[in-house]
Design a protein around this ligand. Structure first.
Ligand code: FAD
Length: 411
């Protein structure tokens, strides 16, 4: 159904001087107004990393407005992550998107940021004797990654001296991981978006979405706008936004994850590895003079301003004190955020089959930051009907893995 729109963008791009033509359009007027309704090419809903990154990619070719319901883009999940780039984390399509993002992180576009986006941080996953099968399975999945090795108990202890004596008999050490400067990444995308003429509207919750002829009509707390294409990058709210539009939902489940900041023991290495349980029951990550700790909880939740639960905090401290030789005396800060998943744990990027011009960009789970550079380039090309970026496909990504059609009931 969206072919018409694709043709429209093809037509614009193939008119001989795409950039020039669009550039002229921008110069003449960024936004058209018809009968008091502003019309743009694309409305992006959600100002987290998904919305900001795809908006920046789209604004190279189209007139784009981004709507964020909070006063601050990044207030929800994007501002609450553990900020890791972990290439061996997540299902195969996630790993492909993460690998395909590495070059952007290493060399972002000119003027994107003046700080490094990545700083090396190893990832150490520890296995107790009863978890060796899980370690074997993970090593097999990771395959021949030259950055990753299976290590014995002594090497585990050497890599992470904070572990309790006797805890962990083997592990996987991944030396390809990094900390991400999430604030710089998010701000870089928003800056790039605005520099291309994009408009960010905050306090602009989309409250109604209706298809009227060739356009979606959006009612927002900041007024009305029309656009032939809507990108649903509303994070935990993505299924609610689809419901507003009368589009079939994708079964998104927001899952709450808790994180605490506690003092690091004297003498511990601030550049030490993120150290986690192979069974995903806890992790600890040095953060300057503090440690970020999490029980790796995944508690289904409605879309909301997630807050940490006292029980999850207690579980977190207990698990951390069991595995590490430290006692948590004071919590310096605590928060929770929603990691949103569909059934197969892989993001959803693609047009809804039944609704013209409604594009899904949701379900990034626990990997939405590390995959953003590749996923946004992929989604922007897909939205505009361009060829999908070959470097991303070359990492082994199959578009069918991301499309919403895979989530439709079969038979
Ligand atoms: C504790 C924790 C640790 C994590 N660690 C990592 C990590 O180490 N590495 C990694 O890559 N990922 C990590 N993640 C996951 C990552 O943070 C998410 O995948 C990513 O932030 C999702 O981005 P998003 O833009 O989809 O969602 P969000 O950041 O939630 O953005 C969605 C936005 O949509 C807005 N919105 C919703 N409805 C509307 C509406 N109707 N109108 C207008 N605006 C609307 C919301 O206000 C929100 O700002 C972690 C997450 C958590 C919670």
């Amino acid at each position: 159904m969206h072919m018409q729109l694709k043709f429209r963008f093809h037509a614009i791009r193939n008119s001989g001087s795409v950039g020039q033509r669009l550039g002229n359009e921008f110069q003449e007027s960024r936004v058209t107004t018809v009968q008091n309704r502003r019309i743009v090419d694309i409305a992006v809903i959600g100002g987290g990393i998904a919305g900001a990154s795809v908006a920046a990619e789209l604004a190279k070719h189209a007139r784009v407005v981004l709507f964020e319901m909070e006063s601050q883009p990044g207030y929800h999940t994007t501002g609450r992550s553990a900020a890791m780039f972990a290439p061996n984390y997540g299902p195969a399509p996630i790993r492909a998107l993460t690998r395909a993002s590495a070059a952007y992180y290493a060399v972002p576009p000119e003027g994107f940021t003046n700080v490094p986006l990545l700083t090396r941080r190893d990832v150490l996953l520890v296995a107790r004797a009863d978890q060796l099968d899980a370690l074997d399975a993970l090593m097999e999945e990771v395959g021949q990654d030259p950055n990753t090795a299976r290590i014995d108990g002594a090497a585990v202890r050497e890599a992470q001296p904070l572990l309790r004596e006797g805890y962990g008999v083997a592990g996987m050490l991944d030396q390809g991981g990094s900390d991400i400067d999430v604030a710089a990444l998010h701000a870089g995308y928003l800056r790039a978006f605005k520099a291309l003429g994009g408009e960010v509207l905050t306090n602009a919750r989309v409250v109604s979405l209706e298809r009227n002829g060739a356009n979606w009509q959006l009612e927002t707390a900041q007024g009305q706008i029309d656009a032939p294409i809507v990108v649903n990058a509303a994070g935990a709210w993505a299924d609610e936004v689809a419901a507003l539009a009368g589009v079939g939902q994708i079964g998104l489940v927001p899952k709450r994850r808790t994180a605490l900041m506690v003092a690091a023991p004297e003498g511990s290495d601030p550049r030490g590895p993120l150290t986690g349980d192979i069974g995903e029951k806890f992790y600890l990550k040095p953060d300057g003079a503090r440690l970020l700790i999490s029980p790796e909880d995944e508690i289904p939740s409605p879309a909301c301003d997630a807050q940490p639960d006292e029980m999850d905090i207690a579980i977190c401290i207990d698990q951390i004190e069991t595995a590490f030789d430290l006692s948590v005396r004071r919590i310096e800060s605590k928060w929770a955020g929603l990691r949103s998943f569909v059934a197969d744990g892989v993001p959803v990027a693609g047009y809804a089959a039944e609704s013209e011009g409604f594009y899904w960009l949701a379900g990034q789970g626990g990997y939405g930051i590390q995959t953003a550079p590749a996923l946004s380039r992929y989604a922007a090309a897909d939205i505009l009907g361009q060829e999908l970026p070959q470097d991303i496909l070359d990492q082994g990504l199959d578009p069918a893995d991301l499309g919403p059609a895979r989530l439709l009931p079969t038979g």
